[in-house]
Design a protein around this ligand. Structure first.
Ligand code: SF4
Length: 384
């Protein structure tokens, strides 16, 4: 981010702080932790290890899911990019001669931009229609070829289960192996997300040969493999979207969702958005952090969010993704700070240099700290 972009970013954050925000930062899960798990930390570790194992076996799990899900006639499609998915879904709707469909929005359907595209194609969305429902499952289970869903109400669940055409859009990283694993992940998810023991309305769906329904699933990459390819960042794909990191983040509590301009927000967004979207458009998010470490402490999937943000900063810096002017200034500052004779200069001289260096950037929006009148060694020798 160059100086101007940074200034715009800061002023948009300030603008948001001034407005009323609807930001949920309640995070009091101790009672639920105690009620559900004998040893909560141990449960988190077990879940984190399982998710990492599954992410590392993603190709095998996805193939076995495809085989089992399609065994009873359901159709499995793999998609690298969202535009192919949208085109395909629109063709299904047109072939069925439908003018209205039911889209159950989730952050992933928003990421794909489904409702935007339907509006452009003049396909209406009606939340009571049962002809064609499009929905995101939370997990796919490879061994049984099943899908796990969570619903906000019983009506939506009925709609999905009885819909004639079912279209599912799944993030490729959300495939797990066994049905038995679900309980652990869902307990951790529900505790951290809602302070409950278990998600209130959920269901498992497995396509059956008896149903004469059209069932499609899209396994969608949408840049997840950019993260999968990077061994050190791969762990970010184990996120279960519980939102705990967001609730404890001091920056998020100040700025809320708006400055992210994305469906991902909070610390996990800082880590992954530069790779899901573009480095230039989102690299500033990795600097949008005080490195207090609270997100890492609470993450049930044990994702080292703070370390990953530092890794991102290093990568963007070394990869010359940082503005040349800023790089040069940082180099000057480094040369200055490692020179003992320069550090022994008078406080006002050092202050003058610092102000000169950061004039028009930091110094514009807040006062720079002043140097102590005496250096540590000068103080020591005056005491002696
Ligand atoms: S990064 Fe961890 S704490 Fe944050 S949403 Fe994902 S699983 Fe939850």
């Amino acid at each position: 981010m160059d100086t101007n972009e940074y200034k715009n970013f800061i002023s948009s954050c300030k603008e948001e702080v001034r407005k009323d925000k609807n930001v949920d930062i309640r995070y009091d899960i101790f009672d639920q932790q105690q009620k559900v798990f004998k040893n909560y930390k141990h449960a988190c570790q077990k879940a984190a290890n399982l998710r990492v194992k599954y992410i590392n076996q993603l190709d095998t799990l996805a193939n076995s899911f495809e085989k089992n899900f399609s065994a009873n006639g359901a159709q499995v499609n793999w998609a690298v990019e969202y535009n192919i998915v949208i085109e395909d879904i629109i063709n299904i709707i047109r072939d069925a001669k439908l003018k209205e469909i039911n889209l159950l929005e989730s952050s992933f359907t928003e990421e794909l931009g489904l409702s935007r595209s339907f509006k452009v194609e003049e396909i209406l969305m009606d939340s009571t229609k049962m002809d064609c429902v499009i929905v995101e499952p939370k997990f796919a289970i490879s061994k049984t070829g099943s899908l796990y869903f969570e619903f906000p109400n019983a009506f939506d669940r009925e709609l999905v289960l009885s819909s004639k055409i079912k279209i599912f859009v799944l993030q490729i990283n959300n495939i797990i192996k066994n049905l038995e694993d679900l309980e652990l992940f869902l307990n951790l998810y529900a505790i951290n997300k809602e302070g409950q023991e278990f998600p209130s309305l959920s269901t498992i769906f497995t396509p059956s040969a008896q149903e004469n329904n059209d069932t499609y699933i899209y396994l969608i990459d949408n840049s997840r493999t950019n993260i999968l390819e990077q061994k050190e960042r791969r762990k970010a794909l184990t996120c279960i979207a519980c939102g705990a990191c967001r609730k404890v983040c001091p920056i998020y509590s100040l700025i809320g969702d708006k400055p992210y301009n994305n469906v991902f927000t909070g610390p996990i967004a800082n880590v992954i958005l530069p790779f899901l979207e573009t480095i230039d458009g989102y690299k500033h998010l990795s600097f949008n952090c005080t490195l207090c470490g609270r997100c890492t402490q609470v993450c049930p999937m044990d994702i080292p969010l703070t370390d990953l943000m530092i890794d991102n900063r290093n990568m963007f810096f070394e990869g010359k993704n940082i503005d040349m002017k800023e790089r040069y200034k940082i180099k000057l500052l480094k040369d200055y700070l490692i020179s003992r004779p320069k550090l022994n200069q008078k406080a006002w001289v050092k202050g003058f240099f610092l102000n000169l260096l950061f004039k028009n950037t930091i110094a514009d929006s807040r006062p720079l700290p002043s140097f102590a009148k005496q250096t540590f060694s000068q103080k020591e020798s005056s005491i002696a």
